[in-house]
Design a protein around this ligand. Structure first.
Ligand SMILES: NC(=O)c1ccc[n+]([C@@H]2O[C@H](COP(=O)([O-])OP(=O)(O)OC[C@H]3O[C@@H](n4cnc5c(N)ncnc54)[C@H](O)[C@@H]3O)[C@@H](O)[C@H]2O)c1
Length: 298
C-alpha cells in the first residue's frame, strides 16, 4: 500500500504507537504532520518529541513537519490544519492517537481526572477531526482513525475515566461515518496492543519483544488505505488482527400485556442468548429492525 503524495496527520505522533504510525506512513511515501505535545504519561509538561520524529523521517529521506500543540486546544488544531494546507495543500488521513492515563480506583478518582482524560481522548479527537473535516469534505475523500482500548471495550480496574473516554470515540466514529459517507470519508477505530511507556509497567521484557508498535502500525496502514472498510474496530497487536462489534441478540418479544419484569426474568436465558446476534449500520436501521420484531409495533 503506497501513500506517495498523500498527507497524513498523526496526533501524539512523537512517541510510542504514534511515532511508529508516522514512520511507517512516511516509509510508504506519505508526507507527515507529526503532532505531539511531548507530555508525560499523565499529560504533564511538554517536550520536543514531535521534532525528533520529524528528524527521523527526514533522515529516511521523507517529508514531515512537527506540530507541538495540544489536541485539547481546538484553535491550535485549526491553526495546525491551516499550516498543513499552506505547506502540502491537502489532508488525506488523520490518526487521532494522542493519549494519557490517570488511573485510580473509582472511589479515589478525583473528578478532575475525568475531565482531563475525557478532554484529551474524546475532545482531543473531536478537535482534530473538526479541523480536518471541512478539508476532507471539500476533497470528497478522507480517512480518519480514532483510538480505543480494550479498557474501553471491556473495562479495567482503575480506568473508569480512560475506559469511558475510549468508548466515547466509538460513538463518535459511528455517527461520523453516517455523516461522512457522501463525502467519501471513512472513519475506523484501532484498538492497539503494544508495549510502550504507557503499558510497560504491565508486562515483561519477553512480552515487550513481541508486542511492538510496529505490528499495530500495519493495521493502521490498512485502515488508512484506499480499500479501507468503514466503522470497524480493529484490534491489532503482536501479529494478531481481529474485530470487535456492538451486536444485538435476537431476544424475545412478548405481547404488551405480558411485557412484565417477572416474564423478563423467566426468559432471561433466551433474551441474552448470543446465538444469532447481529450488528447494524445505523440507529435508523436498528430502530426499524427492533420495532419490526416487536409484535405490538411491527
Ligand atoms: N500501548 C497500548 O497497548 C495501548 C493500548 C490501548 C490503547 N492505547 C492508546 O494508543 C494511543 C497511543 O498510546 P501509546 O501507548 O503510544 O502511549 P505514549 O505515551 O507512548 O504516547 C502517547 C503520545 O501522546 C502524546 N500526547 C499526550 N497528550 C497530548 C496532547 N494533549 N496533545 C498532543 N499530544 C499528546 C504524548 O506526548 C505521547 O507522545 C493512546 O491513545 C492510548 O490510549 C495504547
Amino acid at each position: 500500500m503506497d501513500f506517495t503524495d498523500k498527507v497524513a496527520i498523526v496526533t501524539g505522533g512523537g512517541r510510542g504507537l504514534g511515532r511508529q504510525y508516522s514512520l511507517e506512513l512516511a516509509r510508504r511515501g506519505a508526507k507527515l504532520v507529526v503532532n505531539d505535545l511531548g507530555a508525560s504519561v499523565d499529560g504533564q509538561g511538554a517536550s520536543d518529541a514531535a521534532r525528533e520524529v520529524v528528524a527521523e523521517i527526514e533522515a529516511m529521506g521523507g517529508t514531515a513537519i512537527a506540530n507541538g500543540a495540544s489536541v485539547t486546544d481546538a484553535n491550535a488544531m485549526a491553526a495546525m490544519v491551516e499550516d498543513v494546507l499552506d505547506r502540502f495543500g491537502r489532508i488525506d488521513l488523520l490518526v487521532a492517537n494522542a493519549g494519557i492515563l490517570r488511573d485510580k480506583s473509582f472511589s479515589k478518582m478525583p473528578l478532575d481526572d475525568y475531565r482531563t482524560v475525557i478532554d484529551v481522548h474524546l475532545m482531543g479527537t473531536v478537535n482534530a477531526i473538526k479541523a480536518v473535516w471541512p478539508v476532507m469534505t471539500q476533497q470528497q475523500r478522507g480517512r480518519i482513525i480514532v483510538t480505543t482500548s480494550t479498557a474501553g471495550l471491556f473495562g479495567n480496574f482503575g480506568q473508569t475515566n480512560y475506559g469511558a473516554a475510549k468508548t466515547a470515540v466509538i460513538g463518535l466514529m459511528n455517527s461520523l461515518n453516517i455523516e461522512g459517507q457522501k463525502a467519501g470519508i471513512k472513519v475506523n477505530c484501532i484498538s492497539p496492543f503494544a508495549v510502550t511507556r504507557m503499558s510497560e509497567s504491565l508486562t515483561s521484557p519477553e512480552i515487550a519483544a513481541v508486542m511492538k508498535p510496529e505490528h499495530v502500525a500495519q493495521g493502521v496502514v490498512w485502515l488508512a488505505s484506499d480499500e479501507a472498510p468503514a466503522g470497524v474496530i480493529l484490534n491489532a497487536g503482536s501479529g494478531r488482527f481481529s474485530t470487535t462489534r456492538i451486536v444485538e441478540s435476537p431476544g424475545v418479544a412478548f405481547p404488551l400485556d405480558a411485557a412484565r419484569a417477572e416474564n423478563v426474568a423467566e426468559a432471561w436465558a433466551r433474551i441474552s442468548d448470543p446465538a444469532g446476534e447481529r450488528a447494524f449500520g445505523s440507529a435508523l436501521e436498528h430502530s426499524a429492525d427492533f420495532l419490526q420484531r416487536a409484535p405490538a409495533a411491527g
